[in-house]
Write a protein that binds this ligand. Structure first.
Ligand code: TEU
Ligand code: CA
Length: 546
C-alpha cells in the first residue's frame, strides 16, 4: 500500500512564463506578472505551480536551451524576483516546482563554449562528439526532433556534436561523472532556496546510448536517477515529475515505485500519441477515437494503481488546447471544457492544469506561417513542405497539434491584448479573448473556472478521489467515458458524454436505481438513475453513493 504523500491530493498549475502576464509591458510575460496573479491562483485552489524555464537563455527554444542554470533571463526578471516569487507563493501555501532541463544545454552555456575550444579542453566530454565518417558525412542518420540531422559539424575541431533537439541545444554527456556532479550541485542550490521540486525535461533521454541510437530508456537511465535522488532531493519532501514520452506502465513503475527511490511520478504520453500518425506523428492527426482513449486510461489507472503514481493531464506548453482537441471549441465550449475537467480530475493521480485550461481557452488559427513562433513548427514546416508536403496539409497539422496553440497570451480580460500586456505581445493573442477571459469567468458563477475550483475543493474533501480504486464501465461505448471510484463502501460514479449528441444510455445493472448525491455536473443533476438515462451534449457528472 502507498504511504500518503502531500502531492497525492495536490493539484498542479503549469505556467509558461512567456505567455502568462507581462508586468513591465515589453510584450513578454515575466516573474513580476506571475507574482501579481498569485491571489487568482490561490482563489482557484491549486497547491503547486510548475514553472516552465525562466533561466538565462538565448531563447532558441523559448528557454528550454539554458545558458546559466543559476541565473534568471533578463526578459523574465532577476534572481531576487524569483526568490520573491517562492516566498510570496509560500505565503499562499503554493510551492514552486522548477523545470529541470538537463538532457541538453544551450550552445551559449559556458560549458559548451569551453568544450568547443579544443578536443582536449577539460569540458570537451561534457558533450557528445564524434569524428566524421571517412567521406566526411555525419556519424549516423539520427534525425533531430526539430528537423535535420542530430549532428552539427564544428569546423574548428573537425568533429560533430550531438543534439536531439535544435542545433543550439547540444546534448550533455551523462556518462561523464563531472556532468552528474555539476547538475546535482545546481539542483541542491535550487532546493536550498525552498522550491517544491522539479519537473524533469525529457528525463528518459539522459541514459542515451548514442552509438546504438538508443535514446530513451538507455541502460544508464535508472542508475542515474537513483544517484540523482540520493545526491539531491531524496531526503527532501518535494515533488519530482519526469517527462517520459516513451513510458509504458511497466517503465513508469520503474520511475515511480516508491521502493525504488527515483521520482514521484512521470508524465506519460500514450493518451496523446494514440491520436498521431504512425509515420508522420502529430503533423498528420488521426480522427478522435474515444474507445482507444478509454483503453489507454484504463490500462494506466489499473497497472499503476498500487506500485506507482499517475500524473493526469490533457494540456501543457507542447500540446494543443484540450477543448479544441477532445471537446468542442464552438457551441458547446463551456459544457465540453467542464466535461473534460470532470473526466480527468476524478481519475486516480495528481491533476495538472495548464494555464488557460481553467477558463476553456482554445486553439488558434493564424493565417500565415509567419505568425507562428515555435521552432518545432517552423523547422518542420520548411523541412516537410520542401520535401513535398502541401502547405495546406502542414498548416492543418500546425492548427491541430502545433505548440503555439498553447502559447498564445493568457486571456485576463477584454482590454487590448487580453490584459496580458499593453505592448505588442511576442506571439499574437487569440482573437476570441473578448469572450474568453478570466474577468468574464470570475463574473460568471457557471464558468469553467468555478467548475475547476469545485473539482479542486472536492479533492481536498474526498480521500476516495485520491485513493479510491478505479473501475471502468461501458468500455465499448463509442461516446461515453464512464467509471467508478471505490473505497470501502463508498462509491463515486463518473459519466462523461464525449459527444455533441443526445444519448440514451442504458446503465449497467449494478448502478441502476442508485440514489446518490450529485457532487458536480455541467447540467441539472439527474434526480435518480433509472435503467436508462438521457445524456445531453457533453453532459458530465459525478455522483457519490454507498
Ligand atoms: O519536450 C519534449 C519533446 O520531445 C516535445 O518537444 C515533443 O517532441 C514535441 O512537442 C512533440 O512532437 C520537452 C519540452 O517540453 C519542450 O518544450 C522542449 O522543446 C523539448 O523538451 C526540448 O527541451
Ligand atoms: Ca515583461
Amino acid at each position: 500500500v502507498l504511504t500518503k504523500k502531500w502531492w497525492h491530493d495536490a493539484v498542479v498549475y503549469q505556467i509558461y512564463p512567456r505567455s502568462f502576464c507581462d508586468a513591465n509591458n515589453d510584450g513578454m510575460g515575466d516573474i513580476a506578472g506571475i507574482i501579481s496573479k498569485l491571489d487568482y491562483l490561490q482563489q482557484l485552489g491549486i497547491n503547486i505551480i510548475w514553472l516552465s524555464p525562466v533561466y538565462k537563455s538565448p531563447m532558441d527554444d523559448n528557454g528550454y536551451d539554458i545558458s546559466d542554470y543559476q541565473d534568471i533571463a533578463a526578459e523574465f526578471g532577476t534572481l531576487a524576483e524569483m526568490e520573491n516569487l517562492i516566498a510570496e507563493a509560500k505565503k499562499r501555501d503554493i510551492r514552486i516546482v522548477m523545470d529541470l532541463v538537463v538532457n541538453h544545454t544551450s550552445d551559449e552555456h559556458p560549458w559548451f563554449i569551453e568544450a568547443k575550444k579544443s578536443k582536449d579542453n577539460p569540458y570537451r566530454d561534457y558533450y557528445i562528439w564524434r569524428q566524421p565518417q571517412a567521406d566526411g558525412s555525419v556519424p549516423n542518420d539520427f534525425h533531430s526532433y526539430f528537423g535535420g540531422s542530430g549532428w552539427e559539424f564544428d569546423a574548428a575541431t573537425g568533429e560533430y556534436y550531438f543534439h536531439q533537439f535544435s542545433k543550439r541545444q547540444p546534448d550533455l554527456n551523462w556518462e561523464n561523472p563531472k556532468v552528474q556532479e555539476e547538475v546535482h550541485k545546481m539542483m541542491n542550490w535550487w532546493l536550498d532556496k525552498g522550491i517544491g521540486g522539479f519537473r524533469m525535461d525529457v528525463i528518459d533521454l539522459i541514459g542515451k546510448e548514442v552509438d546504438k541510437k538508443v535514446m530513451a530508456n538507455g541502460a544508464n537511465l535508472h542508475p542515474l536517477l537513483q544517484a540523482m535522488n540520493k545526491a539531491t532531493f531524496g531526503d527532501r519532501d518535494v515533488l519530482t515529475v519526469g517527462e517520459a514520452w516513451s513510458a509504458t506502465p511497466e517503465i513508469a513503475k520503474l520511475y515511480s515505485n516508491p521502493a525504488r527511490d527515483e521520482l514521484s511520478m512521470v508524465f506519460q504520453f500514450e493518451h496523446i500519441t494514440i491520436g498521431w500518425h504512425p509515420q508522420n506523428g502529430k503533423w498528420e492527426p488521426q480522427p478522435f477515437d474515444l474507445i482507444k482513449l478509454k483503453k489507454v486510461f484504463t490500462k494506466w489507472q489499473t497497472e499503476l494503481s498500487d506500485s506507482g503514481w499517475n500524473s493526469l493531464f490533457w494540456d501543457n506548453h507542447d500540446l494543443p488546447r484540450a477543448v479544441s482537441k477532445y471537446g468542442d471549441p464552438g457551441k458547446y465550449r463551456v459544457e465540453s471544457a467542464k466535461m473534460l475537467a470532470t473526466a480527468l480530475h476524478f481519475l486516480k493521480g495528481t491533476p495538472y492544469i495548464y494555464q488557460g485550461e481553467e477558463i476553456g481557452m482554445t486553439n488558434v488559427r493564424f493565417d500565415s506561417i509567419d505568425d507562428y513562433q515555435d521552432i518545432e513548427s517552423l523547422n518542420l514546416y520548411y523541412e516537410r513542405t520542401a520535401a513535398g508536403v502541401p502547405h495546406e496539409q502542414m498548416m492543418e497539422g500546425i492548427y491541430e497539434n502545433g505548440r503555439d496553440n498553447a502559447r498564445t497570451p493568457m486571456q485576463w480580460n477584454s482590454d487590448v491584448n487580453a490584459g496580458f500586456s499593453t505592448a505588442r505581445p511576442w506571439l499574437k493573442v487569440n482573437p476570441n479573448y473578448t469572450g474568453i477571459n478570466v474577468q468574464a469567468a470570475l463574473n460568471d458563477p457557471d464558468s469553467v473556472f468555478f467548475h475547476y475550483q469545485k473539482l479542486i475543493k472536492l479533492r481536498k474533501e474526498l480521500p476516495i478521489m485520491t485513493y479510491g480504486q478505479y473501475i471502468p464501465l461501458l468500455d465499448d461505448h463509442p461516446d461515453v467515458f464512464a467509471y467508478l471510484r471505490a473505497q470501502d463502501d463508498q462509491r463515486i460514479l463518473v459519466i462523461n458524454n464525449f459527444s455533441a449528441k443526445k444519448i440514451a444510455l442504458p446503465l449497467p445493472a449494478e448502478i441502476q436505481g442508485i440514489q446518490g448525491k450529485c457532487l458536480i455536473s455541467n447540467y441539472q443533476p439527474h434526480q435518480d438513475l433509472a435503467e436508462t438515462i438521457t445524456l445531453q451534449p457533453y453532459e458530465s457528472f459525478a455522483i457519490a453513493y454507498t
